[in-house]
Ligand binder design. Structure first.
Ligand code: ZN
Length: 452
């Protein structure tokens, strides 16, 4: 396909140039110069995108592009973010030197943001720039929404979503595609093979504080209901009674799609998922870790604070819980479940921050369109529906858009996935080449469809 399109070389250099701009949103004041220069550098690297698309700056650092299509068919919305998380430690030196190096027969671009999310951002812009150079006009509008504060749960995506909702005046986008899943090998313990994990839904989040007050006093005469043992009791009750496990439609579809690439014993288990969902949910829950997180709301204690001296009774004890909420449940239901497990009125619960889990996007022709775009870019990867554990900017769209998917068409091995927000983040140039091809196909395929 795309014989008419000449693909520009130098994608690695362009990504490296963007990595060299330290757009660390958690330290935005220190890096004010980086935030000021990034849009200008982007303009130099993607001249046609900036010449021919309408471009607006929304909410200071949101960059919203609109490529006018040949018809008023529902627009395709492509999202990415250009801020990154801080990078320390970084054993090989400077996380922002945008190094290109040779490893195992391929070139790699190394640096903070290579995968999250400047790599995915670059492949979107590469595809559009190449199509523009070939004088291609999409059948429908293509909207590119680039947030500059995703990593600090920022407001850019929310503002861009609100603006688009208003401008579309009740019409739905064809599809919203943001970061989330990726192309990956051996994604779960029982899977062997390459899969494109396409997020249909994302879990919600509740950050909850548990607090117990006491009267303090000398440690030589403790009472029976001191804050520390009461708080520990509450935490133990939560730990011993995990929230119920259940198969959602997304996870059920994921297991069905994984069946062909599953190792034999597990495949038998997946084969019966339809009839015995609870059994499969229980098995995944028992496996713990990522498998368990697919089937239940998880509760992780992340902070513990109490006490002022070795020989003084604590007047106050507090713990923070980070809960990741299953689609179909809610922040309220999670709080209720915690209260039921704590069984102690002396433990005060406060919701620090919460947002609801997303609905589950349909497995219809839009999902198939993503699969079709993979045929040219990642022909050996099976398209697998997936439940995302982390929160993405896409959560600002699922409140009004039915078709929201979370997927970046780059290969991310387990080691690479751990490097996101970690050390030595890097992307293979081969992945970038394939990623560009994916977006070019996604934009073009719908035009082809309409020509038929
Ligand atoms: Zn990200």
């Amino acid at each position: 396909m795309d014989n008419s399109v000449e693909v520009r070389s130098g994608v690695a250099e362009r990504l490296a140039a963007l990595i060299r701009i330290p757009t660390v949103s958690a330290e935005a004041e220190t890096h004010a110069e980086a935030f000021a220069s990034f849009p200008a550098v982007l303009r130099n690297l993607y001249p046609l995108v900036h010449e021919r698309l309408d471009r607006r700056v929304v909410d200071d650092t949101g960059l919203l592009f609109r490529w006018r299509g040949a018809s008023d068919a529902a627009p395709l919305v492509l999202m990415a973010h250009w801020d990154v998380v801080p990078a320390s430690p970084w054993p090989s030196g400077d996380p922002f030197d945008g190094r290109i190096e040779r490893r195992a027969g391929d070139e790699w671009v190394v640096g903070r943001g290579a995968l999250d999310d400047k790599g995915p951002l670059v492949v979107v812009l590469e595809a559009v720039e190449n199509l523009l150079a070939a004088e291609f006009t999409p059948a429908h509008d293509v909207i590119i929404a680039l947030g500059g504060n995703e990593e600090v749960m920022g407001s850019n995506a929310r503002a861009m979503s609100a603006l688009l909702q208003e401008e579309l005046a009740g019409r739905q986008p064809y599809m919203v595609l943001d970061e989330g899943g990726a192309v990956t090998d051996d994604v779960l313990d029982f899977v062997q093979g390459r899969c494109a994990m396409i997020g249909l839904a994302e879990k919600g989040v509740a950050t909850v504080r548990l607090e117990v007050e006491g009267t303090g006093g000398h440690a030589s005469a403790p009472k029976h209901d001191e804050p520390i043992p009461r708080l520990v009791g509450a935490l133990q009750n939560i730990e011993r009674n995990p929230l119920p496990a259940r198969l959602t439609e997304t996870v059920q579809a994921m297991l069905a799609a994984l069946r062909p690439v599953s190792t034999s014993a597990a495949a038998r288990l997946l084969g019966i998922a339809g009839r015995t969902g609870p059994l499969v949910a229980a098995a995944l829950a028992k496996a713990g870790g990522e498998s368990a997180a697919l089937v239940r709301t998880t509760v992780a204690p992340t902070r513990l604070n109490s006490g002022s001296a070795d020989n003084v009774l604590a007047e106050h004890a507090a713990a923070t819980l980070n809960c990741r909420i299953m689609p179909g449940s809610s922040v309220r239901e999670t709080l209720r479940a915690l209260r039921r497990r704590i069984r102690d009125d002396g433990v005060r619960l406060t919701l620090i921050e919460g947002h609801e889990p997303s609905p589950e996007s349909p497995l219809d022709d839009r999902f198939e369109a993503i699969g079709a775009a993979l045929e040219d870019s990642w022909p050996t990867a099976a398209a697998v529906p997936y439940l995302m554990m982390a929160a993405s900017d896409a959560r600002h769209f699922h409140t009004w858009c039915t078709h929201v998917y979370r997927f970046a068409p780059l290969l991310m091995t387990l080691e690479q996935r751990e490097s996101i927000h970690g050390e030595e983040e890097a992307v293979a140039v081969d992945s970038l080449v394939r990623g560009e091809r994916f977006f070019r196909a996604l934009i073009r395929n719908r035009a082809d469809e309409r020509e038929d």
